[in-house]
Design a binder for this molecule. Structure first.
Ligand code: SAH
Length: 467
């Protein structure tokens, strides 16, 4: 950094300009934004400068600079539009002890004037050390567009409120309050006139104080199988009020859309057999945000209590003293069984149903295959696509009928839902041929009801009309 940016107090202090043409005019227009005492030396000043002098906005001396003319000046601008005169006048000013700027001459200047975005008292200064004036102008234009014109008055009113806002704890709470003021409540209030701003500030502070008294909390929320219509009302409400949403890979974009617009969205997507965010990192993230006072929604596909590693996350909360609750969701087995028009249990067929995982952390998961192989048993296998051959082998080894019905439902409840109707015997081959993409649930012992299968042929969007 060749030039160190500072904001200089110039109110009531002396700034001297040498020159009476366009360059001097441009500098003077800028200097009028300050409360400095301005003196101009110009043998032949432009009419505007004479007029300003007549209005008492500056002192005009209609001759060239002489030694002593810049005494007590803090800043001096050489705007003579003549290299020799600039050199002469700036040498005088320097000798008189002023900091010197020679217009359009970076090398001979002791300071440079940045591009300025003026929302007094908010001032943004942009400098490129003379390297890229075009860039400085582009940044300025960008900021001019982005910073509301009301920022100045808002900052002035806000300044008078600083003491009262100290009722909020230092740090995030206070920052959130001010950013809410400058970017939401403030601009809305000032649209009704400057008098509306102060009551809006009182109101905003009351709301933030109420929010602060609420400690951080974690809601473990089930997002259901993917169709946003299958979210519970409680899940919707939790998403509406979340400060932070930490979500899994299987949560669909349509559901993420429903989160509060200001919420921080964190993807901790886990891919079976693939790259994943380590569980310990997820646990730490949840706790970290809750401890900062955030309302955290830990969004898990289906029901959070089913194959969701929920307990590890709850234990992390408890260890950190963070409060939590669970919002149940519709698990994939419920959505998948609905799509094939069956029930999970049925009088006379099966009085129990098992939810199995195809694999666990150690590889393919082992189960009580002898029980599962009995006629009439129903099992819903999660994460079962890769384990299909293993499951088939184990069941047949324990005496299962090769003709046992098996149904695989991929993307249950979503627009791209697909149903594979097969048998234990043909499962691995049919599954390989079907090339199902996306999460899939496998039912052992259930075939789609014929009518439901016919329904599956009807395009998803049209189904509602038939239902
Ligand atoms: N907690 C989730 C299950 C997480 S394990 C629940 O209750 O549904 C992830 C497995 O769930 C996937 O491998 C797949 O077997 C199943 N799954 C999740 N969403 C599914 C969907 N829309 N259709 C079919 N299976 C799904």
């Amino acid at each position: 950094m060749q030039h160190f940016p500072i904001f200089m107090a110039v109110a009531g202090r002396r700034i001297v300009v040498s020159g009476g043409g366009d360059a001097a005019l441009a500098k003077l227009r800028l200097l009028f934004k300050t409360e400095a005492r301005l003196t101009v030396f110009a043998a032949d000043p432009a009419p505007e400068i004479r007029a300003w002098a007549d209005q008492g906005r500056l002192r005009l001396v209609t001759r060239a600079m002489e030694p002593g003319d810049a005494t007590c000046a803090v800043l001096f601008y050489a705007a003579d539009e003549d290299a020799a005169e600039d050199a002469r006048s700036s040498a005088i000013a320097r000798a008189d002890g002023a900091l010197v700027n020679v217009v359009d001459n970076l090398e001979d200047s002791e300071f440079i004037t940045p591009a300025i975005v003026d929302r007094d008292p908010v001032t943004v200064a942009i400098g490129t050390e003379g390297a890229a004036p075009v860039l400085a102008r582009a940044i300025k234009a960008d900021l001019e567009e982005r910073l509301p014109a009301s920022l100045g008055p808002l900052a002035r009113i806000g300044k008078g409120f600083r003491k009262l806002a100290e009722a909020l704890p230092f740090g995030r709470a206070r920052r959130d309050f001010w950013s809410d003021y400058y970017f939401n409540a403030g601009p809305r209030a000032i649209a009704d006139g400057p008098d509306a701003v102060r009551p809006a500030l009182d109101d905003l502070l009351a709301r933030h104080l109420a929010r602060e008294s609420r400690p951080g909390h974690v809601a473990f929320v089930g997002s259901g199988p993917g169709d946003p219509d299958l979210l519970t009302l409680k899940a919707r409400k939790a998403l509406d009020t979340a400060d932070v949403v930490i979500y899994d890979r299987l949560v669909t974009p349509e559901i993420l859309e429903l989160a509060r617009r200001e919420a921080t969205m964190i993807d901790v997507g886990k891919e079976a057999f693939g790259p994943s965010t380590p569980q310990a990192t997820i646990d730490a993230l949840i706790v970290e945000h809750a401890q900062k006072g955030a309302q955290v929604v830990r969004l898990k596909s289906g029901d959070p209590t089913v194959f969701g590693r929920l307990d590890e996350e709850i234990e992390a909360c408890e260890a950190a003293g963070v409060t939590w609750h669970i919002v149940p969701g519709i698990t994939a087995a419920s959505a998948a069984v609905a799509s094939i028009g069956q029930s999970l249990t049925r009088r006379g067929r099966n009085s129990s149903v098992r939810f199995l995982t195809g694999h666990d952390m150690k590889g393919f998961a082992d189960h009580d295959w002898a029980v599962l192989a009995r006629p009439g048993e129903v099992a819903a296998i999660y994460m079962g696509k890769k384990a299909a051959r293993f499951v088939q082998g184990r069941l047949i080894m324990h005496g299962a009928d090769r003709a046992t019905p098996v149904t695989v439902v991929a993307n249950a409840s979503r627009a791209d839902q697909r149903v594979l109707d097969t048998t234990l015997d043909a499962l691995p081959a049919d599954l390989a041929n079907a090339g199902l993409d996306g999460p899939a649930l496998t039912f052992i012992g259930l075939a789609p009801r014929a009518a439901a299968l016919a329904m599956a042929e009807i395009p998803h969007d049209a189904r509602k009309e038939f239902a």
